[in-house]
Design a protein around this ligand. Structure first.
Ligand code: F6R
Length: 250
């Protein structure tokens, strides 16, 4: 069956506007599931944050009693620096709790940048682990247009690197911590060039707060001021929005 969320390639981003966030989650979950049905040992790039959670809940609901994902390898986009190993706010703990443990992806095949010790070496290690890139990369977008933790101004050609989080990102992510002071100041993130090595990019955005960033990414200048505009350089991109996030598109 042809998946309508999968663009043919080479035609620019395909934009799917769903009625609401739940319907957007259905499209995202279906696209992830279809990738694994086509290739059960595929390499999936996963995002954390609020946007993908409803899609992850759907996948857990549909797949908790199956072994469809047992041969999948998962790679996170990014990880905070400075959180104790296993901290519930760490992205590795979050993805295991929200998705991968429940659908049977073995913990040893859930990869995130290592953010203790020599961070430069860890960035290089993560690049080697990612090799030629993942098969499907799920992405969210920051209000400031970030992808992963590639904040505005990040060159498109950067690979995995250490980043100082912007004030916007730290304040947006404070909801996942007991207090704003506890939000780490730094993270390790896949670079835009790393993300661009994925065969298929799947960007999800919901809610009116994301509308300006979505419009800048899809219709604004191709510029590092909006890191997500780099998506337009990729041959196979699907953008799944709800009506609110699509609200500033012309
Ligand atoms: C998360 C990530 C970030 C988020 C973005 C949107 O792994 O890399 O780029 O996707 O900040 O976050 P939410 O979905 O919480 O609005």
């Amino acid at each position: 069956m042809t998946d309508p969320a999968v663009p043919p390639g080479g035609s620019g981003p395909r934009v799917v506007v769903a009625g609401d966030a739940e319907q957007a989650a259905v499209v995202v979950a279906r696209t992830i599931r279809a990738a694994v049905e086509v290739d059960p040992s595929c390499r999936l790039g996963l995002a954390t944050g609020a946007t993908p959670s409803p899609a992850y809940r759907l996948l857990v609901h549909e797949l908790a009693t199956t072994d469809l994902f047992v041969d999948v390898t998962a790679f996170l986009l990014d990880e905070y620096v400075g959180l104790p190993t296993g901290d519930p706010a760490s992205y590795r703990a979050t993805i295991r709790r929200e998705l991968t443990d429940a659908i049977g992806v073995p913990a040893e095949r859930v990869h995130a940048p290592v953010t203790t010790g020599d961070l430069e070496a860890s960035c290089a290690d993560y690049e080697s682990l990612l090799g030629s890139g993942v098969d499907l990369q799920l992405l969210g977008i920051g209000r400031n247009g970030h992808l992963g933790f590639n904040e505005p101004g990040t060159p498109f050609e950067w690979t995995t690197h250490v980043v100082e989080l912007s004030a916007t990102t730290r304040s947006d992510n404070a909801r996942f911590f007991a207090s704003p002071d506890l939000v780490p100041t730094h993270a390790v993130t896949q670079g835009l060039a790393t993300i661009g090595r994925a065969r298929h990019l799947l960007l999800a955005a919901t809610g009116a707060a994301k509308a300006p960033a979505v419009a800048a990414a899809l219709e604004g200048p191709l510029d590092t001021a909006c890191p997500a505009s780099s998506l337009r350089l990729h041959p196979r991109v699907t953008v799944v929005l709800d009506r609110d996030a699509a609200g500033d598109l012309s």
